[in-house]
Write a protein that binds this ligand. Structure first.
Ligand SMILES: [Zn+2]
Ligand SMILES: [Zn+2]
Length: 300
């Protein structure tokens, strides 16, 4: 069996259109399989930077329907259909997610039907490659089991009105990776992430005095503060923890917390190994020690 098992953060950001932190998207490579979790803004550009043909993504998994997690979907789907270096997908793109996935993909197919018809007529692109084969799940469970890769979805807690919201666990070659999805502190995440080799967890932070602003308090209430993520890390004891999907909130004259402040706040509550994610940061689980590689192609 091909033991290659890698995780690459394609986008470590949030809705802010920050060119250094693209929208949420994470690439999982297990043997020959390429799985994308969420399709945030710019996911195609990060795949292109890595030299990965867009059309070679075997499966797209959605965590939830906040737009910053799905706005890149039509780009992945339609750019991956183009030929040549784009990958030229000739079969439908597979998308799996919670309830609402079918509505999203069926309407996208309608929204882009003019382009699809034009390219089939003008460029003779294969019609099958422009289809989306979507599926939905409604609870925790195994959703993929192929060539040694098992993917389990589990519900997380992104707020009372933000449902459904899910995280994912990947088991391959006796190693495991868990992606939290968007969540505040969540016992069900801990149940699924305990003992994972790599735990990628979302995080949000603001300045204490900004919590008096209702809008900011509400956003913070949908996410995990550093102490919450640290608590999850302590309970799950991963070999390496990663803070990702950085929601660092400032307002007016108050700059958002820095990455160093995020590190300090997490370190206060967690003694184990952790890093703050960056776009194109790659984790290689094939090694006995998880290796962290920051691609030099990123950044100015
Ligand atoms: Zn969200
Ligand atoms: Zn989000």
């Amino acid at each position: 069996m091909d033991a290659r098992f890698r995780v690459t953060l394609l986008g470590s950001g949030m809705p802010l259109p920050d060119p250094l932190r693209f929208g949420p998207a994470t690439l999982i490579e297990a043997g020959a399989q390429r799985i994308l979790v969420d399709a945030g803004r710019g996911a195609t550009m990060r795949l292109f930077q890595l030299g990965i043909p867009i059309g070679s993504i075997d499966l797209l998994l959605l965590t939830h329907f906040h737009s910053d997690h799905v706005v890149g979907l039509p780009d992945i789907w339609l750019t991956g259909w183009l030929g040549g270096r784009f990958g030229g997908r000739t079969s439908p793109m597979r998308v799996l997610g919670p309830e609402g996935t079918l509505r999203l993909t069926q309407h996208l197919e309608k929204a882009y039907s003019s382009d699809i018809a034009i390219r089939i007529a003008d460029e003779s692109l294969p019609p099958e490659g422009a289809r989306i084969e979507a599926g939905e799940f409604s609870g925790d469970g195994l959703i993929h089991d192929r060539d040694g890769l098992r993917i389990t979805c589990f519900e997380v807690d992104h707020g009372d009105k933000i449902k459904p919201a899910f995280g994912y666990r990947f088991d391959y070659a006796r190693k495991s990776v868990v992606l939290s999805g968007d969540t505040r502190y969540c016992e069900n995440l801990i149940a699924h992430a305990t003992g994972a080799d790599l735990l990628v967890h979302e995080v949000a932070m603001t300045k204490p005095h900004l919590m008096e602003i209702e809008r900011i308090r509400r956003v913070m209430g949908h996410h995990s503060a550093p102490k919450d993520a640290a608590h999850v890390f302590t309970k799950c004891a991963p070999k390496l923890a990663v803070l990702n999907h950085l929601v660092l909130i400032g307002d007016g004259d108050s700059a958002p917390p820095s990455v160093q402040e995020l590190i300090d706040a997490t370190r206060q509550k967690y003694n184990g190994a952790f890093v703050v994610g960056e776009d194109l940061m790659t984790f290689d689980l094939e090694e006995s020690q998880i290796e962290r590689v920051i691609q030099s192609r990123n950044g100015p």
